[in-house]
Design a protein around this ligand. Structure first.
Ligand SMILES: [Zn+2]
Length: 288
């Protein structure tokens, strides 16, 4: 609470000193949250605009809500800058917020005895982090890690529960997405058991590319190994094979896709299955 008040004070000082409220140009307050170390860049109070654009439109679930529901939500949203490798939730953490990614990517990671890890879900601006809140969950079952930095909108758990009770359309949108995410997790479980490291790496790179706003992915092979549940040397070899086929360029932790169609051929069938499931349940604006 003290942090929130401090952020509002800092934010107000910045607004008033810059005189920018009128032209909708907001300043990063630079307030650090604990424990997830999220930098708050501007505070709610009806503010979800940055620059001259409506940032909420960049999240497909929020954009699909009817105007009435959306206008109730907007004053309750905070816009945050999330940095790569930061954690939104650890497994067993209390689920206090849902996060709607705008241009960041979040990966859900499951771990065994705090050692072996594997990806169980990838979330970009097509979805949200924390959907189990609407199914009665109080605690996270996975770690939610920021894979690529960017912005997200945050809403308290109590607020999303309240709004979902009032709006059947909101419940439908979020539960549809939660269903797609569960289907993705189930497919990934089979993928990690039966498909080769090379095919899984190609599938993962395509899934990241689908959600990425920039042409280049910055990710270490250590992190890729922990997402694929394999050794680093295995990922290095898989990346080398894919690179030798001229499908990607991988240089010092930077990966660029050179031949997307070729990468789709190299990926396991899970990529097409997950993509079609996502498309099937994609939130669309309600037609009245
Ligand atoms: Zn697979």
């Amino acid at each position: 609470m003290i942090t929130i008040k401090l952020a509002l004070i800092v934010s107000n000082i910045l607004f008033s000193s810059q005189g920018t409220r009128a032209n909708r140009r907001y300043i990063h307050a630079g307030v650090q949250y604990q424990p997830s170390q999220i930098t708050v860049c501007c505070f709610a109070g009806g503010v979800v605009l940055e620059g001259s654009e409506n940032r909420w439109q960049e999240n497909q679930l929020l954009a699909a809500l009817p105007e009435k529901e959306r206008s109730r939500l907007i004053p309750q949203l905070e816009i945050l800058t999330l940095f790569a490798k930061e954690t939104l939730y650890e497994a067993a953490d209390e689920l206090n917020y849902v996060y709607f990614p705008l241009d960041c990517i979040v990966v859900l990671i499951s771990s065994v005895e705090s050692k072996a890890t594997v990806e169980v879900g990838l979330i970009g601006n097509e979805g949200l982090v924390g959907a189990p809140i609407l199914m009665g969950a109080k605690h996270s079952t996975n770690q939610a890690l920021i894979l690529t930095e960017g912005k997200a909108l945050r809403l308290p758990a109590a607020a999303i529960r309240k709004e979902a009770k009032r709006s059947s359309r909101m419940r439908e949108i979020i539960l549809n997405y939660a269903n797609a995410l569960m289907a993705q997790s189930a497919q990934l479980a089979a993928c990690h058991r039966y498909h080769t490291p090379q095919a899984r790496l190609a599938r993962l790179l395509l899934m990241i590319d689908d959600r990425m706003q920039s042409p280049e992915l910055r990710v270490t092979q250590d992190l890729l190994a922990s997402l694929l549940g394999t050794r680093r040397a295995t990922v290095t070899e898989a990346a080398r094979q894919i690179q030798n086929s001229q499908l990607i360029q991988s240089v010092r932790g930077r990966i660029r896709l050179l031949d997307r169609k070729g990468l789709e051929k190299a990926a396991c069938s899970c990529y097409a299955i997950i993509s079609s499931q996502q498309l099937e349940t994609k939130a669309r604006p309600e037609i009245s």
